[in-house]
Structure formats: C-alpha cells, structure tokens
Design a binder for this molecule. Structure first.
Ligand SMILES: Cc1cc2nc3c(=O)[nH]c(=O)nc-3n(C[C@H](O)[C@H](O)[C@H](O)COP(=O)(O)OP(=O)(O)OC[C@H]3O[C@@H](n4cnc5c(N)ncnc54)[C@H](O)[C@@H]3O)c2cc1C
Length: 787
C-alpha cells in the first residue's frame, strides 16, 4: 500500500515537473524578459497597442537585440526565443515569416543608431534601444517569479488529479488482493465480520445517501432533476473541493520590484487568473475520461459507470467555477490598468476563443435542465459542445501552453469512439469469418411483444461473445434511429442457446416508439418479428456475489432483468450458498417475462423464492383468458373452483376483487399484532405485508366465501411455482432485510434493482439493520437503471 502511494506521488511529481518544464523552457523565459524590458512607446505606439508595436521596426529590433545578447545556449535557442516572441505577441505562427522578421530586424540594427533608455518611460522613441543588463535581469526575475506561480499551479492541478488517481489506485489494490485471496485459496474463504469501526463506516459513510437515504430517487433543484450522491461519493467530492479552495487561496508570493505588475493587487489578480485556468485545464482529461463508456478506470476500480458519472459532474462543475474565476480575475486585472479587457483584448483571437469555449461549456452545464426529459438531445448536445469547447480551448491556449491537456482530452474521446465502433463491428459484422451456426453475417433479433408493454428481443450475433451477470449492452435498432443506442441488461442466453435475451420496457421515448411500431406491424408474443439490430458492449461491472455465504436479491418490476442472471449464476456456482430471491411485480402477467427461468429456479434447493404481484388488470374474463394462454389450455378447461385448492395459505382467506383491489388492501387489518406487521406503505398509500408471516394479514372481507375472483384463480396461471406467489400485497423491505440479516450465519450480500423508491428503501433498511448480521461481512450492491 505504502509502495503504491509512493509510486503514485512520484508519478504525479514527475508529471507535474514535466508539464511545467515542457511549457516554459528557459529560452522562452528569457524571451519574455526581453519583451518586458522593451516596454516603451516606440513610434507613437502605446505599450498596450501590441499590434502597432509589431509593425514598428524600432520595437522589433530592440527585442531582437536583447534576445541576441541575453538568450543563452546558442543560435538555435535565440531563434526559438524569437519565434516564441512573434507567436505570442505578434500572433505570427509562420516560421519562415518569423525568420524573415528576425533577419530584417538584425539588418536594420546594422544601419541605425541605438539610443539610451529615456528618462520618461511614456516619451515616444524613434530608434532601437539597447536594453540594460540590470533592467533585463529584473524582468527575468519577475518572469521567473511569474512562471514559478504557473509551475506551482501546475503541481496543484496534478495533485488534484493525483487525489483521484490515489483513491482509484487504493480501490484497485484492495480489489485485486481480494480477488487473489479468493482465486488462490484452496478452500473457500468466508469473509469475516469486520471490526466495529468498519461497520460504523459502512453504516454512516459508505452506504447512506448524502442526506438521509434518497439516492436513486431524483430531487428537483431549480427545475433541474438531480440524484443525490452517496455519502462516500459526497465525501470524495467534498475533499476535492476543499483541496481546490485551499490551492486557490494558497499565498501568491509578492515581488516588490516586479516591473510588470507593480502592485500587490495586480500581481494577485494576474496569478489567480492563471492558477484557476491552469488547474482547470489539467483536470480536463480526468473528467473527460470519467464520462466515457470505455473508461479503463471502471475496470480497474470495479466502480459502476454511475459512480464515475457522479464524479464527472462534480469535477466538471468545479472546473467551470474555476474558469469563471479565471475570466473575472483577468477582467479585474486589466481594469486595474484602467483598460477594458473587452476593448483591449477583443481584437485578439485568443480572447475570443476563450469566450467561445466558456460559452460552449455553459451550454453543456445548462443542458442538464433537460437531461431527464430529453436525454438523447442532451447527450448529443453535450458531446458536440464538449468537442467544440475543447477545440476553442486549444486555440485559446495557442502560445500560452497547457494545450497538451486538451489534446489528451480530445484523444480520449476519439479513442473511446474508436473502441466503440470496433466493438460494434466485431460483434455485429462477420464479413470474413463464417458466422456462428444459425446466424447471418449481421446481427438480428427476434422481437415479440409481451403484454403490450415490454419488448422481448432475442438477439443473435454472428460471433459468440461472453457476458457476466450485471453486464448490459447498448442496443441500436437498425434502420430506425440507428445512431440511438439504449442500455439494456443482458438477461441471459435464450432457450435456443444461440441468442441472448433482453427485455425493453416502454418508457417515454425510443422504447415507446419501438413498442408502438412493433404493435402496428402486428407483432405479438406468438407472432415474432425479425428486426436488424446493432449491439454495443458488453459493459458494466459484475458484482462478486458468489463470494458470499448468503445473498438477498431484490428485484422490482423490470429490474428483474438485472437480478435474475445473478440468481442463476449463484445457483450454478454456489450450490452451498443461501439465496433469498424477492421479486415485486406490478401485474400477474409480468411473471411470464421470465416464466421458464422461474420454473428452473424452484428446482434449486438453495433458493428461497418470494414473488409478489401487486395488482391485477383487465376484466375478469380477460384475466381468465390470459391465464388460459399462459397455461396453453382452452379457457373452458379452467376449473375455477379447483383454484381454491391450489391456493397457498396466504392467499386463501383474503378475497380481493381486482376492481377494488387498492381499496381493499388499504382496509386490511391485522389479526395478530404479535406475529405480523402491517404498516403504512413505504411505496405510497398501500398496506404492506411481511415476508415471514403473511398469513395473518386479512381483509375485512375475509369471512366472505371464496368467490371466483382473480385472487382465487390467478395462481392457476403459474402451476409450477404458484406457492411462491402472493397477490395484492407489497413486501416490507425493511423487514425482509432485517430478517435476512437476523437469520444469516455467514457473510451476506444484498443486491437490488428496481424502482428508485424501492432501492432507497433497501438502502435505508441495510443501514438500520447492518448490526444484526452477527457472523460475517455484509455488503450492498445496487444495479440502477439510471445515471
Ligand atoms: C445499466 C442500465 C441497464 C438497463 N437495463 C434495462 C433493461 O434491462 N430493461 C429495460 O426496460 N430498461 C433498462 N434500462 C433503462 C433503459 O435504458 C431506459 O428505460 C431507456 O433507455 C429509456 O429510453 P427512452 O428513449 O424510451 O426513454 P425516455 O423516456 O426518453 O427517457 C427516460 C429516462 O431513461 C434514461 N435514458 C434515456 N436514454 C438513455 C440512454 N441512451 N442511456 C442511458 N439512459 C437513458 C434517462 O434517464 C431518461 O430520463 C437500463 C438502464 C441502464 C442505465
């Protein structure tokens, strides 16, 4: 660990010094000192009017003479120093033109007399001046002081980058060591219960959201919908912010004899504007990398993309704030000379490029307003504005240095796109090698519509590729907004073994369009349609649940797509582990999405499965029809009376009329307070029922005879696992988590994926009941469907 820290620090320091040295070689400093000591009103041009001065032979030959005399290291260095001068002052980047100017200046010096430095610095000068050594050396000292400020800023910027690198490196080392222990230990290692301090850390820092427990549920601030980071993420961002503020306020050494910036105020404004600009420029590659899909740090650290996205936003906002300070300080600085920066600098291209870059970055930040409502527009605008802002920043930094950081940022974006396109081509196109059996040279999918709200895509690609639970792919539906790819969890191999399956639930945009289009073309569950698709991926981090002795997996609604692969994986790889699997589905027919998989799971002896169906839809006849379809039997064969005999105990007593379900559930009463608990719901106004003792919850209508309503016939739909289903109730996550921890005998993990409110409830329950797991380590993983 210490070695890693040392290595990281060494890398940062060496990077910092390289960046600083590469930006400001000695010959440039001497060139700058010559310019500074040649500040006179040549040929009636004021010292501010640099464009006029660049036309003045006397000014140019004064600088040329100084460079010739003072720049050390031979003719090559002198030429470079001159090129630096004309590039930064006269904005001429053409080498042959620059050489010509240098030669002309030297020729002119041969034919004209020199004058001494005038007493009155404002007086016009019509001859070249021989700059005195003393004057040059004061300017050189001022330059060195000024550049030292820049070097300090560079090091500060690198320390801030190093801060993130260090956190990620430590996480990576920890992850690697754990992996090695599991990989190479002969017997399986059960993760022991950590010390009190670590549990306190988990309870108060690592797991909760920054304020309370609202993490997945978004909050609206000034019309912007944003998610609150976890407390740990907030701490990481806060330390970063604190370091930035400390660096910003760190003293700016004052040089009393500075001929450039004679007052303390001027020096401070100048140095502050440089420091903020430099620190922001150095952060750019890092926060750009954080936003990319192919971010190597995801793989190294094991953090999900959502975490990097949180850090990307935090860093970008801090850097934008720095750039605002940079611009304001520059304006205040110029005003301290009585000049308006806009008037003075507007004609200078670098100023305009800087303004353009700031404007584009503002667009990127403002686009967060419609991130939620128009994600695709946000995404495209964000990327386009980023690339343009970086291009403008390069122009802005031309001749000033530090543009290497922007090149790196652009390189990272380009690299990400190259990898993305390569991955798409590799998986979806097989031009030269024969495609795998049963496939074509291009990917395609068999689409079917489930209950009019979910599209089941069985995707077949021409090459085989591996995926793990927790991974997802971006799917582009071909011929129809091909540029638009959406993330979907890989549910697993389809029953044919040749394709993999994803489920797309209809949301507001692309997914709804896809669903409507398929419905219009007559696609149903049984009438599958072939659509061309492009798959990009797989992405995402696999949570190492197989390392735990006991795992609680909670899915809500479509979140099953992410959870069920884990359950199957655990059944296969950890037959000795205790697996508690809870799925809360909205409607009974939702269970059909993964019917075949659920049937297999009940055969596994170590899976404790609890399925909840919250409500019913459609008329009674429609529901019967759907049951008949699900069971593949004629409707007339459904024996309603027989249904009652199939009911699990929990469903026998309550007779819930589907049309009045909500009201009835609300009216439920508790018959035995000691053994069960009905609470006002965490999910709204509905009542809740515990996992352990659901039988004691009854409705006021419980005494009524069994009528042929949905509650009685619904279990017929799933004859294989009807005993695992409870109708019309929502589970109390708090109690499920508590009971799971209470009964755990080893290390335990909880993972969930579902509606934000469900996930936040689970998070809260884990923090509250963490202590009750007495025998091993406890960890929490979440698979969110938003970032
Ligand atoms: C890792 C991950 C796995 C997912 N797995 C599944 C799954 O298995 N099944 C399923 O039905 N849904 C899944 N989703 C959600 C699914 O990606 C979105 O519902 C879908 O992209 C919405 O598209 P839309 O145009 O219809 O949505 P809109 O109504 O336009 O947007 C709804 C919300 O979806 C999110 N979103 C939209 N487009 C994107 C995008 N390109 N990338 C990321 N987020 C986006 C935004 O937060 C947006 O606010 C997953 C999401 C993520 C991040």
């Amino acid at each position: 660990m210490v070695q890693t820290m040392k290595l990281t620090l060494l890398t940062i320091v060496s990077l910092a010094s390289q960046l600083a040295a590469a930006t400001w070689p000695r010959r440039y400093i001497e060139s700058e000192a010559c310019v500074d000591s040649s500040q006179f009103n040549f040929d009636n041009c004021t010292t501010e009017n640099i464009q006029c001065l660049c036309q003045s032979k006397n000014y140019l030959s004064t600088v040329a003479l100084c460079i010739h005399k003072q720049v050390t290291g031979g003719a090559k260095n002198r030429d470079d120093a001159w090129d630096h001068f004309v590039a930064t002052r006269c904005l001429i980047n053409n080498n042959s033109l620059s050489d010509q100017m240098y030669d002309d200046a030297k020729e002119y010096l041969k034919t004209t007399n020199l004058v001494v430095i005038p007493e009155d610095k404002e007086a016009p000068v019509y001859k070249p001046i021989r700059v005195e050594d003393h004057s040059f050396h004061i300017s050189l000292a001022a330059q060195v002081n000024y550049l030292r400020q820049k070097d300090i800023s560079t090091i500060q910027g690198c320390i801030l980058v190093g801060y993130w690198v260090l956190i990620i490196a430590l996480t990576a080392v920890k992850r690697f060591l754990r992996y090695m222990v599991v990989r190479f230990s002969q017997t399986r290692v059960s993760m022991e219960r950590p010390g009190k301090l670590y549990r306190l850390w988990q309870k108060h820092i690592a797991i909760p959201a920054c304020f309370g427990f609202s993490h997945m549920c978004k909050v609206r601030v000034w019309g912007i919908s944003m998610s609150i980071p976890t407390r740990l993420e907030s701490v990481a961002c806060f330390v970063y912010l604190l370091l930035t503020i400390i660096f910003l306020c760190a003293p700016y050494p004052y040089m009393a004899t500075d001929p450039l910036y004679p007052t303390h105020w001027k020096q401070m404004m100048r140095y502050m504007s440089d420091r903020t600009g430099i620190i922001a420029a150095i952060q750019m590659p890092l926060f750009t990398l954080f936003a990319l899909r192919n971010n190597i740090l995801i793989w190294v650290s094991g953090w999900p993309y959502a975490t990097f996205n949180t850090y990307h936003r935090a860093l970008a906002r801090v850097c934008y704030a720095l750039l605002i300070i940079h611009a304001v300080a520059k304006h205040v600085f110029s005003q301290s000379y009585g000049a308006s920066l806009v008037e003075y600098f507007y004609p200078v291209p670098y100023y305009r490029w800087g303004v353009a870059a700031m404007g584009l970055m503002a667009i990127m930040i403002i686009s967060a307003f419609f991130r939620e409502s128009h994600y695709e527009i946000f995404l495209r605008l964000h990327i386009a504005a980023a690339v343009c802002a970086y291009a403008c920043s390069i122009k802005h930094l031309d001749g000033l240095g530090y543009k290497q950081t922007i090149y790196v940022s652009l390189g990272l974006i380009a690299g990400d796109w190259v990898i993305r396109v390569s991955r798409i081509l590799f998986i979806n196109v097989s031009l030269f090698l024969p495609p795998v059996l049963g496939s074509t040279r291009y990917s395609f999918a068999q689409a079917s519509l489930l209950e009019g709200e979910v599209v089941n895509l069985k995707i077949r690609t021409p090459v085989h590729w591996k995926f793990r639970p927790g991974q997802y792919v971006f799917v582009h539906i071909n011929k129809w907004r091909v540029w638009e790819g959406h993330p979907f969890s890989i549910v697993g191999q389809s029953s044919d073994g040749e394709s993999f399956q994803i489920f797309c639930r209809s949301r507001g945009g692309h997914t709804r369009g896809l669903l409507h289009k398929l419905a219009r073309e007559g696609c149903t569950k049984n009438n599958q349609m072939t659509v061309s698709v492009l798959v990009e991926g797989p992405y995402g981090v696999h949570c190492p649940l197989e390392r735990y002795d006991e795992v609680l997996l909670i899915a809500g609604g479509i979140g099953i797509t992410s959870i069920i692969p884990y359950v199957e994986h655990l059944v296969e790889h950890r037959p000795d582990a205790r697996i508690v699997f809870v799925w809360v589905a909205q409607f009974r027919d939702n269970l059909r999405w993964v019917d075949d998989r659920l049937q297999k799971l009940i055969r596994a002896s170590n899976v404790d499965m609890h399925l909840y169906v919250i409500r019913e839809r459609g008329s009674f006849e429609e529901q019967l029809e759907s049951i008949a379809q699900a069971n593949d039997i004629p409707m007339v064969d459904i024996d309603i009376n027989e249904a009652a005999t199939h009911l699990p105990e929990s469903n026998k007593e309550p007779t819930l009329d589907p049309t009045k379900l909500d009201t009835q559930v609300d009216q439920m009463s508790v018959t035995s307070q000691s053994t069960s608990k009905v609470e006002e719901t965490l999910f709204g106004s509905q009542s809740v029922i515990t996992l352990q003792d659901s039988t004691s919850v009854v409705s006021p209508t419980a005494t009524a005879k069994c009528e042929p309503t949905m509650a009685t016939v619904a279990p017929l739909a799933y004859p294989h696992y009807r005993h695992y289903i409870q109708y019309g109730v929502r589970p109390d996550m708090e109690i499920i988590v508590r009971d799971f921890f209470n009964s755990s005998c080893g290390s335990a993990a909880v993972i969930d994926c579902g509606p934000p409110s469900l996930m936040d409830t689970v998070r809260r329950a884990i923090c509250r009941h963490l202590e009750t797991a007495k025998h091993g380590r406890v960890d929490y993983y979440e698979e969110g469907f938003s970032w």
